[in-house]
Write a protein that binds this ligand. Structure first.
Ligand code: SF4
Length: 214
């Protein structure tokens, strides 16, 4: 964990009302433990209206030391039921897509723009995204991935702050918070439009090339 992340964590403790901390120099801050603590801290969040339909808070899952982070839009019905990201049909497809480029879910970390399910799977509203984004920001700061894959237009428009089609997003890579970032289809869009899978495969192969070169 670098100095910026530690500084950010100390700032977070201060904002939480903790003024004095005892630091054991022999104990390293563990990223997975830190993410678990934060998940517990935020799981009853009521910062936006999405909490009213929440069954389970869906913070994110995967490897806290991941070199690749995948970011989607928000939890669906199955995720809301189980409290885990990408566990429904789109999650199964995502797992298969990752396996096709020799990656496993255990190697990567997956999260979403919003942590509670928008009703009827509608797009999250600007105020909902604004309220929830600090949680994602914090996850990125802690995990410090070397590559990010944004799946779906909502994640791309929100984080890259460019309003264009998904086709246009896919034409190049981006630098988001100093991290090389790809955009591709959301797996649920691929379930609805299976003929797009051939384009997603092109995106995945580019990502795999960069991942292998890390
Ligand atoms: S979507 Fe995010 S900001 Fe809104 S209630 Fe859920 S955790 Fe809080």
């Amino acid at each position: 964990m670098n100095n910026d992340t530690i500084k950010q964590y100390l700032e977070y403790l201060k904002l939480s009302g903790i003024q004095d901390i005892f630091i054991n120099p022999k104990k390293q801050i563990n990223k997975a433990e830190l993410l678990q603590e934060l998940e517990k801290k935020y799981c009853n969040c009521k910062k936006c209206e999405l909490h009213t339909g929440r069954h389970k808070f869906v913070y994110g899952n995967g490897n806290a030391d991941a070199r690749l982070m995948i970011i989607g839009e928000g939890p669906g019905a199955e995720e809301n039921r189980l409290g885990k990201v990408f566990v429904g049909r789109s999650g199964q497809l995502l797992t298969k897509m990752l396996n096709a480029i020799n990656l496993s879910r255990e190697e990567i970390y997956i999260s979403n723009i919003v942590k509670c399910r928008p009703p009827g799977n509608r797009n999250p509203l600007p105020e909902e995204k604004k309220a929830c984004l600090p949680y994602l920001d914090e996850q990125i700061s802690i995990i410090q991935p070397e590559l990010i894959l944004l799946v779906g237009k909502v994640a791309a428009v929100t984080l890259l702050e460019i309003d264009q089609t998904l086709k246009a997003f896919r034409e190049r890579t981006y630098t988001f918070r100093g991290i090389k970032t790809y955009v591709s289809y959301h797996p649920s869009a691929l379930l609805r439009n299976p003929h797009w899978k051939k384009f997603a495969w092109i995106d995945l192969q580019k990502l795999q090339k960069d991942y292998l070169a890390l």
